[in-house]
Design a protein around this ligand. Sequence first.
Ligand SMILES: Nc1ncnc2c1ncn2[C@@H]1O[C@H](COP(=O)(O)OP(=O)(O)OP(=O)(O)O)[C@@H](O)[C@H]1O
Ligand SMILES: [Mg+2]
Length: 267
Amino acid sequence: MSDVVRLEFRNVSMRFVEATGQSLTAVAGVSFSVRDGEVVSLIGPSGCGKSTLLNIGSGLYAPSEGEAYVDGERVEGPNAHVAFMLQKDLLLPWRTIVENVMLGVEIQGLPITERKRRAQALLENLGLAEFLDRYPHQLSGGMRQRVALARTLAVDPTVLLLDEPFSAVDAQTRIVLQRELAQTLKRAAKTALLITHDLLEAVTLSDRVLVMSRRPGRIIDEIQVDLPGRDDPIARRHEARVNDYVSRLMDRLDIGHDSLNTAGASA
Ligand SMILES: Nc1ncnc2c1ncn2[C@@H]1O[C@H](COP(=O)(O)OP(=O)(O)OP(=O)(O)O)[C@@H](O)[C@H]1O
Ligand SMILES: [Mg+2]
């Protein structure tokens, strides 16, 4: 990891105007940065503006105030250095699995054989070798999410923005995929911002965890995870100190005192 900042949010606020004409502040005054090769998780109650921030970082939404920067350049629309995986998988139903994964790479203008080779290798790593020529509707929710992850990785971006990438995956597959992702990120020294509701996932995959308040979302805490083996989340699970980190995150999120923790969120 180096000190070069890859992704930065500077005083970002986002207001949405609802159909009723009322305005809703989703996030307020959010500032943080992610350094080269660093993996940072973003956690917070449902509706606090996590996906909104990711959409701003990927250039899909323009913030009402403040700016997002990638590699020091202001984000003004989607760009090739950032790959994102949205909370919905957004696979194209008329394309096969391998064609879906090749999608992002098409835009980069690589030769078709190279594109296909890369897509196949990623799908094989994610356990989908037998499904290359199927269509999205023939796959389970968890498999579709894996395809979406493969598509994100295929672009070989500098910065990855991942919105709950494993939320539809069963618990066992999830552990395997977490390791796959961790190894990929480490091997290629990628910078990543990962949104998750799974506190153990946040601790085992990240260098740092940012905690957001309820809407309007602000960053209320930042926890550096000082554990070995960021490329091996399964080994990290066995570290005794993991529980201390998870407990601290639960305290910050008020879990246990307010079980749903969504008051104030209309979504
Ligand atoms: N395009 C939009 N138009 C209007 N309101 C929006 C829009 N996108 C998000 N919101 C609102 O902004 C708030 C934050 O939504 P966001 O999706 O960012 O939350 P989140 O933290 O990702 O929640 P979850 O954990 O449930 O995914 C919510 O109240 C939501 O209704
Ligand atoms: Mg979300």
